[in-house]
Design a protein around this ligand. Sequence first.
Ligand SMILES: Nc1ncnc2c1ncn2[C@@H]1O[C@H](COP(=O)(O)OP(=O)(O)OP(=O)(O)O)[C@@H](O)[C@H]1O
Length: 619
Amino acid sequence: MEGQPHASFQVYLRLRPPYHQSPRKSNGETFLTVLPPVPTASDQDIEYGTKTQVTIHPPSNHRSQKIETFSFTEVFEDTCGQADVFGRIVAPILEGVLQDGRDGMLATLGVTGSGKTHTILGNRQARGMTQMSLDVLFRSLSDRISKLSESQIDQCNDADAEIMDADAFMTKVTSVIEPHHIPKPNTFPTKPSVDPYVVQCPGPASTKYAILMSIYEVYNDKIFDLLAPSNAARRKALLFKSSRSSGDRKVVTGLRKVMVTNLYDALQVMGVGQYQRSHGETGSNDKSSRSHCFISLELKKLKKNKLDGSTKIKESTFTIVDLAGSERARNAKTAGDRLAEGGHINKSLMFLGQCLELSTAQSLGHTPKVPYRQSKLTELLFTNSYNPAAEPQIAAIVVTADPAGDFNATSQMLKYSALAKSSVNPRPPTVMSGRSASGSSLFSHFSVASGITEERPDSALSALSAVSSHRAMLSQDMVNMIILLQRQLKEADEKIKAAEKKAEEADARCLEIEMQVREEVTSDMELRMSMMEKRMLLKLQDQAEKEEIHVDHKLDILKRTLMETNDENDRVRDMEIEEYVRELEAENNSLRNEVQALKRKRANGESPLKERSLNRLKF
Ligand SMILES: Nc1ncnc2c1ncn2[C@@H]1O[C@H](COP(=O)(O)OP(=O)(O)OP(=O)(O)O)[C@@H](O)[C@H]1O
C-alpha cells in the first residue's frame, strides 16, 4: 500500500504485581485471569509457559457482566521479572538491529501506573529494558565502536541534527542543569545480567560502528528535544519532516544527537533525558509521565572501501518508547495544565488504538489504511524508524496492566491493543468451581486445571505424565465447557422463544388496538356523517319551503295576472255579446218592423212571398 508504513507489531501483555509501592488505592480484587497455554493439534507443539490469553471479569457491581478474552503474542504474569521481558522480547529485536541492520522498536503502552516506565527504565533494584539494551549494544560491539568523523557526520546527517560527542554534551548540559540533578550511572543497578544476549556482529574487524543517541518527547502533540535543556517557556518544538536523503522517510529535524562510545556515557545521557522529561503527580501515580518519551539509538555501520578509502554507512535504529498512560480525569484527580495534558495524552492514545487495530487487520490480510497522520505520536511510531530501503522494522509493544487497577480503563486498553478478542455472556453460577473472586469463571477453572504447566517437569517421563494429566484435565474442562455452552444455548433458545411469544402477543395487541381504533374512527365518522346529513336535510327543507313560498308567490302573481286577463276577456266578450245583442235587437227590431210591415201589407192583401218571409220569421 503506497505511503503506508510496514510496521506490524508483536503485542505482549505484562501484568504488574498488585501492590508494589503504588500510591493508588486498590481493594486487591483482581479482575484479570491468565489462561493456560492453548494446546495445538500435535503434542510436540505444546509450548510450556507460553501463555497468550487473558480473560477479564467485570466487578460484580459493573453494568456489563460480559467475560472477555484477549489474545496477545505472549502474556507475562506478575511473577515475571525484567530479565524475562528482556530475553523474550527485546533481545530478538536487538539481534535484528545488530546483525541484520533492521530497524527495531519497543514501546510500552498502558493505563497510568500500570508499569510502563518501570519496564523501560526499571527501579533501584532492577534495571529496565533501556539500560539492558545499551549494555547488550556496547558489549556486542565492544572494540568496534568508533566516533564519526566530520565528513561522516555530513554524510549521514540528513536531519540537521546537532551531533556531538558525550564529553562536549555533558559540558554543555551542566552549564544549564545543576550537575547534582543528573543521576550518576555508578549508582544504577547492574542487574539483571545480559550475558546470554550479547551477539556477534557480522563483518570484518575493520567494520566499525558509531552510536548516536537522542531523546525527545511528544508533549501536547509537539516534539521537544530532551537533550537540549532550556527554559520551559522557551522550549522550541521540533519539526517532523521528510528527510533529505529519502523522500519517503520522515525524521525529527534539529535534534541534538550524542555520540556515545560506552555504557557509562550512554547512561549519563539517559539521566539528562529523564531529568528533562515532563513528569507530574496525579491521583493515580506520584511520578506520572506526562509525555510520550522516545529514546533513539542510531547504529551507523561504517564499512570501509579498501580501494578508494571511502566509507559506506549503513544505518539502523532502535527506538524505545515510554508512552504516557491513559487516564480517567476522575481517577487522576487532575485540573488545569495536568487535565489539558491528560486530554492530549488520551487523544493521542485513542489515535494509536485506532492505528493498532487497523495495522492488526492489515497483518491479517485486510487492506484498511492506517490513519497514522492524525497525531505526532502515531506518525512517529508508524514512520520514524521505518526505513523503506531496509527490511521492515521489528516492532514490539508491551501492554502493561494492573489486574487490580481500574477495570474500565484497563479493559479499554486491552480491547484496542489485543491481537484478537472474543467475549461470552455470564454463565450460570453452579457448573464448576474456580479461583476467581466470584468463584464462577470458566476460565478461572481452566487456570486451576492447568496449574501443572507452571511446574515445568524436568524428566521426559514426568513431562509425559504432566501432558496426559494436563490433557485429561483439559478434556474434562472441555466436557464441562460443552455442558455449559449447551446450557447457555438452551437458555438462549428459551429466551428467544419467550421473546418471540412476547412479540406475537404484542402483534395481537397491536391488531386489537388497530381494530378498536378503526371502530372508533368509523363510528365517529358515521356520527359526523349523520349530523351532516341532518344539517343538509334541514337546509334542503328550508330551501324547499323557501322555494314553495317563492312558487306560491309566483302562482299568486300568475293567478292575479290570469284573473286580470280573464276579467278583460270577459269584459271584451260582454261587450261583444252586448254588441251582438244590440245587433240582434236591432235586427229583431228591424225584422219586427218588417213583420209589422208585412202584416200590414198582408192585411192590405199583398203577395205570398211576403207570407214565406213571415213564416221564416216565426220559425
Ligand atoms: N512489574 C513491576 N514490578 C514491580 N513494580 C512495579 C511493576 N510495575 C510497576 N511497578 C511500580 O508501580 C509504580 C507505577 O509504575 P510506573 O511508574 O512504571 O507506571 P506507568 O505506567 O509508567 O505510569 P504513568 O503512565 O503514570 O507514568 C512504580 O512505583 C513502579 O515501580
